[in-house]
Design a protein around this ligand. Structure first.
Ligand SMILES: [Zn+2]
Length: 294
C-alpha cells in the first residue's frame, strides 16, 4: 500500500490518429493516407491542457504515427512527457503471432529511439489486448528492455478484457515487469471501468471522482487513459458504425472540462514515475499474477 497523501496517479495517452483506433478503418492500412490526419492538432490541444495543469503524462506512441509525425513526438518528449510504445499498426495483439508482435515492437522502438535518443521502457497494447492467450508477449517485452506494461483491462467486454487479472498494479509472475491495469471500481463485487476513453466521456464527473477517491483510499494509484481524437470535436466520419458512434464519438464535447477537473483535483504523473514510487516504497507489496497459456 502506498501512502494516501502524496500518492501519485498516472495519466496516460494512447497516441494514434482517429482512423487507426476505429476498428472499421484500422485494417485498411493501404487507405490510411487517404484519411485526413488530425493527430497533430488534437494532440496539441491535449498538450496545452497538460501544460496548463502542469501535469506530465505517459504517451504510448503508435510507431506509424512516430514515422509520419516525428516532430510531434519530439515536441511531446521535449515538454517532459514520457514516451512509451503502442504497437506499430494498432492491431489486436491477440490476433498477432509472437514474431509479428516482436517485429512491430522493434520497428516502433527504433523510430522512437531515432527521435528521442532513449529506448522506451513502457508498453501498452492496442485495444488493451493482452490477456491469458498472450503469455509470450511478456517474454518479448522483457527481452526488449521494457520495465512495465499497461495493457490489461481486468473486465470482460466484447472487444477486450482479462477478467481474471487483479484490479491494481501487480508483478507479472516469472518476470521483472510491472503491470498497470486500467482502473476499475468495484461495486457489489463487479469491476466497472471508470478511468478512460469511452467511460470518461460517458460517466458523470462525480462518479469518476468517487472511483479515484475509492482507489486512492485503498492505497492504490488510478491509471487514466485518453486518446487525442477524443478531444477533437470537429472530426466527423460519415461511415462510422452504430457501435463506433457510441464508443468513439459519444461525449467528446464534455471531455475537456472533465479532464481539467480531474487534473486539477488529483495528483498525476507518468507511469515511469509511479513505478519508481512503488519500487521505493517498503510498504507497497504488489500482488503477483502468473499468466498460464490457455
Ligand atoms: Zn490505441
Amino acid at each position: 500500500m502506498l501512502q494516501e497523501n502524496g500518492l501519485m496517479n498516472a495519466f496516460t495517452v494512447d497516441l494514434e490518429d482517429w482512423f487507426q483506433g476505429l476498428t472499421s478503418t484500422n485494417p485498411l492500412v493501404d487507405q490510411w493516407p487517404a484519411f485526413e490526419s488530425r493527430v497533430v492538432q488534437a494532440t496539441q490541444r491535449l498538450l496545452a491542457l497538460l501544460n496548463e495543469q502542469q501535469v506530465k503524462a505517459t504517451f504510448f506512441v503508435l510507431g506509424y504515427v512516430a514515422d509520419a509525425h516525428p516532430d510531434l513526438v519530439e515536441m511531446i518528449y521535449s515538454q517532459g512527457h514520457e514516451i512509451g510504445v503502442h504497437g506499430y499498426y494498432h492491431r489486436f495483439v491477440t490476433r498477432l503471432t509472437a514474431d509479428e508482435f516482436a517485429q512491430e515492437l522493434d520497428q516502433t522502438i527504433e523510430v522512437i529511439y531515432k527521435i528521442t535518443g532513449q529506448s522506451p521502457i513502457g508498453h501498452r497494447a492496442p485495444y488493451f489486448s493482452l490477456n491469458s492467450s498472450t503469455p509470450w508477449a511478456f517474454d518479448i517485452l522483457e527481452s526488449r528492455g521494457f520495465l512495465y506494461d499497461s495493457s490489461v483491462f481486468p473486465i470482460r467486454s466484447t472487444l477486450y478484457g482479462f477478467p481474471e487479472a487483479p484490479r491494481f498494479p501487480y508483478k507479472v509472475g516469472g518476470h521483472q515487469l510491472f503491470e498497470f491495469p486500467a482502473t476499475t471500481m468495484s461495486i457489489a463485487g463487479i469491476k466497472w471501468p471508470i478511468a478512460g476513453g469511452f467511460y470518461n466521456r460517458a460517466l458523470p464527473y462525480a462518479m469518476i471522482r468517487h472511483g479515484i477517491r475509492q482507489t486512492n483510499k485503498q492505497g492504490e494509484p488510478a491509471i487514466i487513459y485518453v486518446h487525442p481524437w477524443e478531444l477533437d470535436t470537429e472530426q466527423v466520419y460519415s461511415q462510422v458504425t452504430i457501435r463506433e458512434r457510441i464508443t468513439h464519438y459519444h461525449g467528446r464535447r464534455s471531455l475537456q472540462k472533465k479532464l481539467r477537473q480531474l487534473l486539477s483535483e488529483f495528483q498525476f504523473g507518468t507511469l515511469q514515475e509511479l513505478m519508481l514510487q512503488m519500487a521505493a516504497s517498503v510498504e507497497y507489496q504488489p500482488d503477483e499474477l502468473t499468466v498460464i497459456s490457455t
